[in-house]
Every structure is written in C-alpha cells, then in structure tokens.
Design a protein around this ligand. Structure first.
Ligand SMILES: Nc1nc2c(c(=O)[nH]1)N[C@H]1C(S)=C(S)[C@@H](COP(=O)(O)O)O[C@H]1N2
Ligand SMILES: [Mo]
Length: 513
C-alpha cells in the first residue's frame, strides 16, 4: 500500500499534458492569425485553402475519385479539417519540444510554414505579399509557445499557481483565437458581399477597352501596354479597403462654390460618361520601378461638375477626402484646363475594383496619385491651398506634384544573362500631358542612339520603346532617356522620390554570353 499523497494529484502533475495543451493553443493561434491576416484583403487566399488545393492537385486521380465517392460533397471540408488537424497535431508536438526551450520547436514551425508557403507561391497569380499571413501566423505560434511555457512547466510540476496561470493563459489564448477567427470571418463576408454587388453592376456607357493598333512594340519582355487591373500597382494608407455599398455612397462638392452638391452613385451614372487611356504613377516610384500602370478609365468629367457647382473667384484647390479620412490637394487648374480629369467609376471597362477605389475615385492625368487620385472619394471641397495641408504634404511631401518625365528598361532585366549577338532591348516611357517624342539608349556609356517607340492614343499614356542592339560577349551597361514633345530631354541628375518624384536615367547591367 502506498502512502497517501499529500494532496490530490491531477492529470497535469508531472505530465506532458500542460505542454501539449500549450502547443495546441499555439498552433490554433497561428491558424487564427493567418486566417485573419489573409482576410484583410490583398494578402491572397487563406493558407489552409491554398494547401488544400495543392493537395488536390497532387493527389492521383483514382485516389481523388475514391475520396469523392466516399465523402461526396463533404470532401473539401473534410480535407480542410484534416489540414487544420495536422497543424494542430504539429502544435502539440511543438509544445512538447518547447519544454526545453522554444528554439527546439522552431524547426517544426519552419517546416509547416514552408510547406504552406510553397502551396501559396506555386499559384499562377501568387505574390510575395501572400506570405504576410504565414509570417504573422508563425510569429503568433512562437509567441504563444513562449508565453505558455512557464505556466505549463509549473503546472506539470504540480504547482497550484502554475495550474491556475496555465488555465488563465489557455483562456486568454482561446479568446484570442475566437476573436481573430471572428474578425477574419467578418472581413471576408463583408468583402465577398461587396464583391458580388460590384460584379453585378452594369455600367451603361462604359465601353470595353480596345487597345489601339499601333501602341505595341514587338519586343518580348516589355510591360503590357494596357495594365490588367489585377496586376495594377496598389498604394494606399488603409489596411482594409473601405467597403462602400454604391447605394450608400455620397459625394459632397462644397466650399467655394455657388451651388453645393451632393451626388449619389446613380446621379453620377445618369450623367454623360467620358473615357480614356491614362497612365497613373506613384510619386514613390524609384527610377526603374513599377509603381506605374496604364488603364482605360471611365467616369464623369470634373470640369463639367464644377461648372455646374459654380466655382467662386479666388479658389485654387480641391481638397479631396476619402471615406477612410485620407486627403489630397489637387490644383483647380488641373481639373478645369480641359484634360480628362474625372470621377472614375470604371477601370478597364469594369466597375472599379474595391482596392482601386470602388465605387468612385478621382483620376487626373499628369499628377502623381498622392495629389490627385483619391480612391473611395466622398468629399471635395473647393478651397485654397493656403487653407489646408493634405495627408502626405503634412508628412514632408510636396504640395504640388506633376508627374516627371521618365523612362524604364524592362528587358533585359538588371543582372540578366542573354545570348551575345542581336539583343532585343525595350521598355516604357511617360510624360503625361506633354507626350513622348522619342527614346534613346546608350550601351556601355556610348553615344545615345534613338530607339523606335510605339504609338499612343493621347499624351496621357506611356509609350513602349524597343529595338535590337548588337552586343558582344561580356558585361554591359544599358541606360535609357526620353524626350518630350515639347523638347525636354530627361535629366540624368539623380533625385530621391521625396518630396516630388525621382529623376535620373534608369541604368541596368547585363551579361552577354
Ligand atoms: N483613399 C486613398 N486614396 C489614395 C491613396 C490613399 O492612401 N488613400 N493613395 C494615393 C496614392 S499615393 C497613389 S499612388 C494612388 C494609387 O492608386 P492605385 O492603388 O489604384 O494604383 O492612389 C492614391 N489615392
Ligand atoms: Mo503614391
């Protein structure tokens, strides 16, 4: 007969159970964090779903058929469930490994995250940002392990205090998991609903984009002349794009006007729509960068609206405000001088994508986005620049920022190895409002030579340029510069993007063999 224990022993004493529970919770926290982060939008699919799709792709046909026979319509939920269970099991394992330091669990977390990362990145539309949810999940996993390790150890040593703090920690962790999952679910549902609404919108008067005949230069590797909306750069200060139902959208036009207005989405659509090709740029684009895109925009001209609003003498600015509170200041002259400045409702022939400003954004050819291209625009005040300072201007960026003349080499890319001989080179150049007259390249610092350019339907789009250069074997440097129709030759002086846009010649090196 054994001695009576001094106090009642529980399941937790001296056992691995507290550590296993800690690990389980850590994996659950990782899953919930990754789910919430992937629901924010723009960070790609839910990693578990991406893994499931990869599993389906890799499963031999007959096995998949049997699974479908057996499980019927449940095969996908079952697969998702199995993946979640596998991760939770890995979590238990990491909890046990972490007894002697979280570092020991690290390799397991790395393996899980790497497998999920591969599943995300093999997708055709994959983007490095898809890894953000995974990285946040990994951090949540390791952090939870670290936080629960102490209480788990004390609980397994049989300390009452340890058991209590383990229970508190497990409760807090459970609440976090529930909260993150709930937020992720809400974000997803809101966005999915809005996306359905968006896709059902029929925009009369919006025509499908037709790429003009002579814009393409026949050199492979140049950015497509029309940027597909799905590849269009996205820049804004939001984490979650505003979800604005078009029926609820209102735009106030007020300030120094005789007839202040409030417009609904239908009011806009009832008006005459104008359309055109416009290339827009971000001021943060480094020389050679890709924060620039060319699309077919449709919308209501701002000059017509302002004419009706009756702008008062002395006004020189539009203070635009977005649904999320972001602001930008646009020169009144830029929207009334006849250029195609508009409240855009469509991009590339379809209702604006949510991330690009749905339901309505502003487009002003020739100005950087931060002083003109207000997405989710809800308020335009006609005023004077001296009366306000807009979001980025308060943060050190310029008040006025016309797009700078620029050119870019797309092919070869920097560091590429090409076959010596006749090497195709090409890229794009832009100078909205002024137009590109010509592009020149210089190989290895030699004389500038003219490169043929493609056509453009107006002065507001970029042009493609391209040619074939005879290139000997060895290392080479290629640079490009453009000239505007009004005679400005692109400067080689290098300037930072701050405060009003970079300058300098895009220069790359490549090797010919
Ligand atoms: N509401 C809102 N609109 C915004 C911004 C923003 O942060 N918030 N950023 C601007 C900037 S800096 C740029 S470059 C363009 C980018 O537009 P895109 O994301 O459609 O390419 O949007 C502009 N409009
Ligand atoms: Mo920007």
């Amino acid at each position: 007969m054994s001695m009576m224990p001094e106090r009642e022993s529980t399941l937790m004493d001296g056992s691995r159970v507290p550590h296993a529970l800690g690990g389980l919770l850590a994996a659950a926290a990782a899953l919930a964090t990754a789910y919430a982060a992937s629901s924010v939008g723009g960070y790609g699919p839910w990693p578990v779903a991406a893994v499931a799709e990869e599993v389906i792709d890799l499963t031999p046909g007959p096995v998949a058929e049997q699974a479908i026979d057996l499980l019927g319509g449940f095969n996908k939920p079952v697969l998702l469930g199995l993946i979640v269970l596998t991760v939770l099991a890995a979590g238990v394992w990491t909890g046990l490994l972490a007894r002697r330091g979280v570092g020991r669990a690290f390799p397991v977390v790395v393996v899980v995250v790497t497998l999920a990362g591969l599943a995300l990145l093999v997708r055709s539309e994959a983007d490095p940002s898809y890894l953000i949810p995974l990285a946040s999940g990994a951090v949540a996993w390791l952090l939870t392990l670290q936080l629960l390790r102490g209480p788990a150890r004390r609980a397994s040593d049989g300390e009452d205090e340890g058991r209590r703090s383990l229970l508190v920690a497990l409760g807090a962790g459970g609440a976090f998991v529930a909260g993150a999952t709930g937020i992720g679910w809400l974000l997803r549902r809101t966005r999915d609903h809005l996306e359905e609404t968006r896709e059902l919108i029929k925009l009369e008067g919006v025509s499908r984009p037709r790429v003009p005949a002579q814009v393409r230069v026949d050199v492979p590797g140049i950015a497509p002349w029309q940027t597909p909306s799905s590849d269009f750069f996205k820049i804004d200060t939001t984490i979650v794009s505003p979800a604005i139902h078009p029926a609820e959208w209102r735009l106030r036009i007020h300030g120094m006007v005789r007839n202040p207005m409030e417009l609904t989405y239908d009011d806009l659509l009832d008006r005459q729509l104008s359309q055109g090709w416009v290339t827009i740029n971000c001021v943060s684009n480094e020389v050679g960068g890709d924060l620039v895109g060319n699309a077919w925009w449709s919308g209501v001209r701002l000059d017509a609206l302002l004419e009706q609003a009756g702008v008062e003498e002395g006004a020189d600015a539009l203070l635009q405000t977005s649904h999320d509170g972001w602001t930008c200041g646009t020169p009144l002259s830029a929207v009334t001088d006849g250029r195609l400045a508009m409240l855009a409702v469509a991009m590339n022939g379809e209702a604006l994508p949510i991330d690009h400003g749905f339901p309505v954004r502003t487009i002003v050819p020739g100005l950087y986005g931060f002083v003109s291209a207000c997405k989710w625009v809800v308020d335009i005040e006609i005023t004077r620049f001296e009366e306000f300072s807009a979001y980025w201007t308060q943060r050190g960026w310029a008040e006025q920022a016309p797009v700078r003349l620029a050119s870019r080499i797309d092919t070869p890319f920097h560091g590429e190895e090409v076959a010596a001989g006749q090497v195709p080179v090409g890229g794009v150049a832009w100078a909205q409002q002024r137009g590109i007259a010509g592009v020149e390249v210089s190989l290895d610092g030699g004389a500038w030579q003219a490169a043929p350019i493609g056509g453009s339907p107006n002065k507001n789009t970029w042009v493609q340029w391209g040619m074939v250069l005879p290139v000997e074997a060895g290392e080479h440097t290629l640079r490009v510069r453009a000239t505007t129709l009004d005679g400005e030759v692109q400067t080689g002086v290098e300037r930072e993007v701050l405060p009003d846009g970079a300058t300098g010649w895009h220069t790359i090196t490549f090797t010919a063999e």
